[in-house]
Structure formats: C-alpha cells, structure tokens
Design a protein around this ligand. Structure first.
Ligand code: PA5
Length: 430
C-alpha cells in the first residue's frame, strides 16, 4: 500500500539524534490522543472518525448529494472556518480551478465573510438559477457570518419555492443545541449531525465536509478509506517511521530550538491553494495560545516566487518551508516548438509542463536551503481522493501531537471570542 511521505533531509538543522531523543515523549503524547486522555479530550472524536462513521450515514450523505446533483444548477455551501475550509480545499484540489467554473451544479461558498458586495453578487447570480439547494453548516449554530448569509439565501429559497422550500434546505449542525438546530427542527429541514466530540477545524471527515464534497461528485468513500488507512499506519508505526510524529517533532525543534517562528506551507499546484488555507486554520487555531506557536503561513509557487521569493531567499531567517509535493500529476501537456523561437523557449520545447514545474521545485529548494531556509517535504504519490484522505488525517494527527508538545490544548479556541464580543457591543446586541 502506497502512502504519503515525509522528508526532513533538507532541514539543515535537525539531527536524527534529536528526533530520537524526543521518541519517548512523542509516543506518550500520541497515546494521550489514542486513549483520549490529553487536554481537550472531549474533542478527540476525530481520532477514530474515519472508522467510526457508519455506512448508514455515508449512504445518506451520498443519497442527498445525488439528489442535489441531479436536481440543481446551483449549490450554496454556507459556513466559516472549520465549517467550510475542508470542503473547499478538497473540492478545489479534486475538481481543479477552472473545472469549477462550469461545474454542474455550480458550487458557491458563502457565510465566510460579512461583505455586502459578496452577498449582493451571489444573490444576483442565484436569482438567474433554475434550481438552488443550500447547505447551511454551523456547529454552534449561532455564528454571525453564516447566519447573515443564510438568512439572505433562505429568503430567496422561500420566495422561489414557497411551500416546497423545505426540500431545498439542508442543515448540518449539533444534534441538540444551537439556533440552527432549533430552526431546522421547527421548519422540518433535513439535517446532518456534527458529532459533539469533533471540533470545527477537525470536522472535514463528518457531514460538514463530506456532503459538499459528494455534491461536487468526489468519491467520499475513497477519502474515508485513505484516512482510515493513514490512521492504521500511524497507530502502529514506531516513532522513527511515524510521519505524524516526525513532522510534529521537526516543526517543534525548528521552532523551539532553532528559533524558526514561521512555517510556510508551499505548493507548486494551484489547485492545492485551499489545502493550505485549511492547514493554516488547523495549526493556527489549534496551537496559537499562551504566547506560543509557529505562525502558519502559505505560498503558491511558482506564482509567489515572483512576489514573496525575495523575502524568503534573503529576508529575516526566522522561517522554514514545508513543501507539499505531488509526485505524479494526472493532467499535463507538452510545450510546443516554435519555428522562430523569439521567446527562446525551444530549449524546453517537447518537454511536459509539469517536468518544468518539478525542476522549478528542485531549483527553489536548492536556492532556499542555500539561503538558510530549512526545508521539510510532504509528498503525495498522486492527487486523488485516497491520498487526500491520508493527507487530511495525517495533518490532524500531527497537529494534536504538535499541540501537546507545546503544552497547549489544541482543541479549544478561546481567543476567537475577543472580536465577537467587541462586534456585538458595537452592534448593540443584547
Ligand atoms: O475550528 C473551529 O471550531 C472554528 O473555526 C469553527 O469551525 C468556526 O468558528 C465556525 O463555527 P461554527 O461551525 O460553530 O459556525
């Protein structure tokens, strides 16, 4: 069985002996995850989610997704943070950036900002659509951003479908608590449950992520298979072979011993942009507490080599780079030959575009390590559902260990309340 790989051989600083020294602690911390005894234990439901999710629920998700795919030309996915990033990341990675423009149904994300222009433009587009389904996702059921967007889309749907509007609204929320649960029960909307012991940013493998992903036509069973295979690997692998422990330990050493305060997750494939956004939330919200933790940043290469490349090569040496590599891409084309060669590209005519991309990656890693930027690498054999499932679970598991190494509770987010308190006061909320 192939699996994703982790490589720290270009980290410049980390020695095998340092990782070995951490082994015992890593096993102990990972055990806290497995036995659900660590800080935030009440939110460790994601740990066995890929094997615990029932076939009944998977089949229900697939059936509703199929109905939406068959009957609609627009699907609106409303949610913020952990309630949309996982779905957005997987959908874009699998469908590709341009295919989404003509996808049927067209998929829209809303409720992840409070912009009047964004919502007005969305409403204009939705008004021209024949059939619209909305999936409103909120664990707490009280988050302002999705609540505003949903009220606007709900109005549209109720006006459009009148007494039949129930059919077109699907809520994903807590089983018992929150305004959204109350609304769904009162109106009789179909709903999916977010397990109580799974926090937002760890919820991509629940209906939160799986329903929108299935609506996009992506095989969620293969994603879950990848995730459960990764769980099996991580449950049994010794520390020196355990990629979640190795990644958590490497970033911990770079941060705490070598003063690298920023981790930049870089990709060379534009369809991975939102995987990095999902990852930023996972690590940022899980670890940024008590004045500690790496700042998780991201860059899309080679795009950002023409904007951030200078900073990375020559700026403050407090960064390291983690490259997300796809070993074998599945859609490619050749660079054509030009008779006059005015652009002087004939030296690579006949080569595949992704071959050039791989050389750009190799050259960049060389340049950045020469510039004293430690490099870590996570490689996916291919970009498909199975390896994405592995990747999501790997990042979640490593994040838990990494948070425990920092001695923080990786499963709460008390700091997120500060802006809300001020906003509610300024808005006069009672
Ligand atoms: O990880 C988290 O818990 C948060 O980022 C939430 O996902 C986000 O704030 C949205 O919350 P909710 O699903 O309750 O609307």
């Amino acid at each position: 069985m192939k699996s994703i790989k982790f490589d720290y051989s270009n980290s410049l600083l980390i020695k095998e002996s340092e990782l070995k020294k951490l082994s015992k602690q890593l096993v102990k911390l990972d055990n806290l995850v497995k036995t659900k005894r660590g800080a935030g234990a009440e939110f460790l439901g994601w740990y066995d989610l890929p094997i615990n999710i029932s076939s009944k629920e998977i089949n229900q998700i697939c059936a509703v997704a199929e109905e939406i795919r068959k009957n609609s030309d627009a699907f609106v996915c409303i949610g913020i943070g952990g309630s949309y990033l996982g779905a957005k990341a997987v959908i874009e990675a699998m469908c590709g950036v341009f295919n989404l423009l003509t996808h049927k149904p067209q998929i829209f994300f809303a409720g992840n900002n409070i912009s009047g222009r964004y919502l007005s433009e969305l409403l204009n587009i939705l008004q021209s659509k024949k059939n619209i389904y909305v999936n409103v996702i909120s664990k707490s059921g009280t988050t302002t951003e999705p609540a505003i967007a949903f009220r606007i889309v709900q109005n549209l749907i109720e006006k459009k479908y009148k007494k039949n509007s129930q059919k077109y609204i699907i809520a994903t929320t807590d089983e018992k608590k929150g305004a959204l649960r109350k609304m769904a029960d009162t109106a009789g909307w179909r709903s999916f449950i977010i397990p109580e012991d799974v926090g937002g940013r760890f919820s991509v493998l629940t209906a939160v992520g799986l329903l929108p992903i299935a609506v996009a036509g992506i095989d969620i069973k293969k994603i879950l298979k990848g995730a459960s295979d990764m769980k099996k690997i991580l449950d049994t692998a010794a520390p020196e072979k355990n990629i979640a422990m190795q990644y958590a330990a490497a970033r911990y050493l770079l941060y705490s011993k070598y003063n690298k305060a920023i981790e930049i997750l870089v990709n060379y494939n534009p369809e991975l942009h939102y995987i990095a956004e999902w990852w930023k939330q996972l690590y940022g919200e899980s670890e940024g507490k008590q004045g500690k933790a790496l700042y998780p940043a991201s860059c899309d290469f080679t795009t950002d080599l023409h904007s951030m490349g200078q900073w990375i090569q020559d700026g403050v040496r407090n960064i390291f780079e983690t490259v997300l590599e796809i070993e074998k891409t599945n859609l490619d084309l050749k660079i054509p030959f030009a008779e006059n060669d005015l652009d002087e590209l004939n030296y690579i005519a006949g080569k595949q575009v992704d071959y050039v991309n791989s050389k750009a990656m190799q050259g960049t890693i060389e340049a950045h390590t020469d510039g004293n930027v430690p490099n870590l690498k996570i490689s996916l054999p291919e970009l498909n559902e199975y390896y994405l499932g592995q990747l999501l679970y790997f990042f979640e598991r490593a994040c838990a260990i990494s948070g425990y190494l920092l001695e923080v509770n990786p499963f709460d987010q008390p700091g997120v309340e500060a802006y809300k308190k001020n906003m509610f006061r300024l808005l006069g909320k009672k």
